[in-house]
Write a protein that binds this ligand. Structure first.
Ligand code: ZN
Length: 948
């Protein structure tokens, strides 16, 4: 007896071909009707609300009076909600964001009465390999997926899906997508016909007796006539029964069948049976860049340093309440960020208005994140014991010890030329002054009476107002009958009572002196210098203090290395030279490997749409500048050595009207790269600025390899994914031809076992290993996509994807005209990526610095909030626990094998537990006598701990 489980649902893309507010009006009407059906018809059994809880918030914001009704249906199990907050794209958001999404979704769904414990992922454009492990971390042991399931390996409607760490879930494959039974006919005969056709499609794939009929689709409303149709059908069917049911019911039936199921391991990105839409990795690149920056701001800066502050006895000025409110502010920042992560939003595949709305959400996330991070760093800096008058605390949010550059504004009372940074061992850091500022707040001539008032006014040692701060010095000078008084103010500092006392005594004497007639008073900020310096061995997940002293550079033994004559730069690791065509030749001084032709820009046409790259039938590639590039060494140390390569590419303005070729009309696009080396840093940082004046094209930067590779290693979510270089062969039966472009997080690496090249990036998630023999003599190269410019949401005339996958709507802003800045870095190395991946982390999280004055404090000059070993264990989060009880530390093992790890938290704590991703306690962990926790960590395992 067949069991036809009809799951009524809707797939609610929150914003897509209409902006959010327009879709929300539809959501409100839809929910009103749905609640009415559930209230009026007990035979309308269940409705599944798309696995995401943001729709509850969106509805109740407009209809708060319907909250009780909503809660009642959820508690009764008729309306199924959760486990997600939003349905993300799994490759464009970070692993930690996937966890936060589930945490928020669970909290909301629980609050409403029940969480649907199903890993419902009906629409994301492929599945990330660690999803089974993440779902299991929330006690979810099933997934429901459609796109990406491998056609050759999986020919059943269920399979075991395994993560690289070995975790597995029962995955339901939506054979004919999540809409197979939408808009069921309203009359009995056609209804039965449709059921028969569905059975014919699904039975070859069936596991057990149950078949899954998904009664809904994108923004589809509930069908009130369904219960009557089901009753009528059941009266007629002899070999099947139709059930108005739920996903958990169907999954239970599949599980009970205990069939021998096939297994798929890791990421699912097969496009033979359903579209994967891989072009979204590079559509509207600014979205990917901002998402990465926001995720890192929250997880690497705002949260860990907030936790550090919550873990110590409070000074009266810092209350627990203030820290609690910071935690809640970060919750709001995450909410804005998560609302930008639904697949249609972060993929960039919506109408222009949607993405304009996203910019405002990124702004909100960034404003909150920066404020909380800035406050957190300042609070820690204010607790560091210092003996010298002026100091800088340098913070490092990734592993260490780390030598890297840092920029800071610091007081330079002796003038900006004479600033030096000295660490606790007396070592002087290589330093460059980048800029200076000096601000006069008041300049006035006073008589004796007014001078007395002025002294009264400054007695507390503070100057109020917007530009105010503490008075840190008085400089006095007599010139005939006039006394020149300079009052130096330092924002954020404490007043200097000694300076005030000395000045008071001298001024009292002059006030009593009949020869003195007037006082020329100037109140000004202490001169500030913007400096760039090399911080050396900054502890991992911690900080190190430098003293700002007068320049003692003559005492430094050995001058900083001078670069060779232009146009080349070098440090102890690499030599970088610019060729006449603007490309770079890099010599790895450790291995002797020479990499030639790096940083070449290659531009081709794109006749595709927001979802899919498609070269025009007759493509024109541009790989060299129109005229000779200008190359100059713009910085020659001692802290930074930089080459600037300015060039202009002449690109076809757009596609021809027939879209078969690029236009003969050309536009000039300036491309300026700044390539920097720092002493002690094994990394080549590149910043490229592009003024995009062309449409319908794809701009990539190439890094040719001096060796052959057959696979690439790219960071994924809690994973490093090894992919073959050769793309699978497509064919006429593929609904979308396979491509060589792939997703990445912070780096991609190509190596031959002996040496290799790691390319790190900030928010540039698309790469390909290309093999372009012509026309520039490039063999294999890592290609990093910078821009993909298209003018259509979707089209139906692509050679690479025949069918449209959304409405055919023009999207002129997806051409991404205007100025763009891209950041990436190179790390040629011996061995493989394991040797250098911390440089990708470091590149994504530049050190930050905070200036402090002489102060007593409870923290030493250098400290870590976390020591963790071995180096393959990398931090993902240190955050306040959702329930406010202690904090959650999360890390993952980049190694593929089991490691014996140990870690020590540099914050006070009483008890520690292993926890699941939902922050529930597992076993308690005892510390050894030195405070270390010891644990065995599987290859690619994600580990969460709770400290109280
Ligand atoms: Zn969707």
């Amino acid at each position: 007896m067949r069991k036809l489980i009809l799951v009524s649902h809707t797939h609610w893309d929150r914003e897509w071909y209409q902006p959010f507010q327009e879709f929300r009006i539809r959501l409100v009407r839809f929910m009103d009707k749905l609640l009415a059906i559930l209230e009026q018809d007990p035979d309308y059994r269940h409705f599944t609300l798309d696995g995401q809880t943001v729709v509850l918030e969106d509805y109740l914001e407009v209809r708060p009076d319907r909250e009780a009704a909503l809660r009642q249906q959820i508690r009764a199990g008729r309306l199924l909600v959760g486990p997600w907050y939003i349905l993300p794209d799994e490759f464009l958001v970070g692993g930690e964001a996937i966890i936060r999404n589930l945490l928020r979704g669970h909290r909301i769904a629980r609050d409403f009465g029940a969480v649907m414990k199903v890993g419902y992922l009906p629409d994301p454009f492929g599945q990330t390999g660690q999803m089974p492990q993440i779902l299991k971390g929330f006690g979810i042991d099933t997934a429901v997926v459609w796109r990406g399931v491998p056609a050759d390996a999986i020919r059943r409607s269920a399979f075991h899906w395994r993560s690289p760490d070995g975790s597995a879930v029962l995955a339901i494959f939506l054979v004919s997508n999540y809409c197979n039974a939408y808009r069921m006919p309203a009359a009995v005969e056609p209804f039965l016909d449709r059921l028969a056709r569905l059975r014919a499609t699904l039975e070859p794939y069936a596991v057990g007796d149950a078949l899954l009929l998904m009664n809904g689709c994108d923004h589809e409303e509930a069908q009130p006539e369904l219960p009557a149709l089901i009753a009528a059908a059941n009266a007629r069917l002899s070999d099947a029964q139709v059930v108005h049911g739920t996903l958990p019911q169907y999954i239970a039936a599949v599980r009970a069948a205990a069939d021998d199921l096939p297994t798929a391991t890791g990421e699912l990105r097969d496009s033979r049976r359903m579209q994967l839409l891989p072009g979204v990795l590079s559509t509207r690149m600014w979205i990917k860049q901002r998402n990465t920056a926001c995720e890192q701001l929250l997880t690497r800066w705002a949260e860990p340093f907030l936790v550090w502050n919550t873990s110590v006895p409070m000074t009266p000025a810092v209350t627990t309440e203030a820290l609690r409110s910071s935690q809640q502010l970060l919750g709001l920042a995450w909410k804005h960020l998560l609302q930008n992560q639904p697949h249609d939003s972060i993929c960039g595949c919506s109408v222009d208005q949607v993405h304009r709305d996203m910019a405002a959400r990124y702004d909100a996330c960034e404003q909150i994140g920066e404020a909380v991070a800035g406050e957190g760093l300042q609070m820690i800096a204010d607790r560091v014991r210092t003996t010298d008058q002026h100091n800088v605390v340098v913070f490092n949010p990734v592993s260490g010890p780390r030598t890297d550059w840092v920029e800071a504004w610091v007081p330079a009372p002796q003038g900006t030329r004479d600033v030096a940074m000295v660490d606790q061992t007396g070592r002087i850091a290589p330093l460059q002054v980048l800029g200076e500022k000096e601000k006069v707040l008041v300049s006035v001539s006073l008589d004796k009476e007014s001078m007395r008032e002025m002294m009264d006014w400054t007695r507390q040692g503070m100057v109020g107002g917007l530009d105010g701060g503490a008075i840190t010095d008085w400089l006095l000078k007599q010139e005939g009958r006039t006394i020149h008084v300079e009052i130096l103010v330092t924002p954020g500092a404490r007043p200097n009572p000694e300076a005030l006392r000395r000045a008071g005594a001298a001024l009292s004497a002059w006030l009593a002196d009949p020869q003195v007639k007037s006082f020329q008073v100037q109140i000004r900020h202490v001169p500030q210098a913007q400096v760039l310096f090399l911080a050396n061995d900054v502890p991992g997940y911690g900080y190190k203090t430098y003293t700002i002293g007068p320049d003692l550079r003559s005492n430094v033994s050995g001058n900083p290395t001078q670069g060779p004559p232009p146009p080349a730069i070098r440090n102890e690791f690499y030599r970088v030279e610019a060729a006449a065509d603007g490309a770079l030749t890099v010599t790895d001084l450790e291995t002797g490997t020479v990499y030639a032709g790096l940083n070449r820009f290659v531009d081709g046409g794109d006749a595709g749409d927001e979802y899919t790259y498609c070269p025009p039938a007759e493509d024109t590639l541009v790989g060299t500048a129109a005229t000779s590039p200008t190359v100059e060494v713009i910085e020659a140390g001692p802290a930074r050595f930089s080459l600037r390569i300015a060039q202009a590419y002449r690109l076809p303005a757009h596609l021809q009207a027939d879209r078969q070729a690029r236009s003969p009309q050309m536009v000039e696009c300036p491309i300026v790269s700044t390539v920097s080396l720092y002493p002690g840093v094994p990394r080549i940082d590149i910043r490229t600025e592009v003024e995009n004046r062309a449409g319908d094209h794809r701009l990539r930067v190439y890094f040719p390899l001096p060796f052959q590779v057959d696979h690439s290693c790219a960071e994924g979510n809690f994973d490093v994914v090894e992919r073959p270089v050769a793309a699978p062969q497509g064919g006429p039966d593929w609904v979308e031809q396979p491509v060589g472009t792939h997703p990445q997080k912070e780096f991609v690496d190509a190596h031959d076992g002996r040496v290799g090249l790691l390319v790190a990036n900030r928010g540039l998630p698309e790469y390909e290993i290309v093999d372009d023999a012509a026309p520039w003599g490039i063999g294999q190269a890592i290609a990093l996509t910078l821009l993909r410019s298209v003018g259509w949401l979707s089209r139906d005339d692509l050679a690479t994807r025949p069918r449209a996958c959304g409405p055919v709507i023009p999207t002129p802003e997806a051409q991404c005209l205007g100025r763009h800045v891209f950041a990436y870095a190179l790390a040629p190395h011996a061995g493989d990526w394991r040797a250098v991946f911390p440089q990708a982390r470091a590149f994504n999280s530049p050190l930050r610095a905070v200036a402090v004055e002489a102060q007593a404090g409870d923290l030493p000059p250098a400290a870590s909030f976390l020591e963790i070993e071995p180096a393959s264990l990398t931090l993902s989060a240190l955050k306040p626990a959702e329930d406010g009880q202690g904090s959650i530390l999360r890390f993952w093992n980049t190694a593929e094998e089991l490691v014996e790890g140990r870690l020590r938290l540099g914050l006070p704590w009483q008890r520690a537990w292993r926890a699941n991703l939902d922050e529930e306690h597992l076993e308690e962990l005892p510390a050894d006598a030195d405070g270390w926790l010891h644990l065995a960590v599987r290859g690619r395992e994600i580990v969460s701990l709770r400290f109280v």
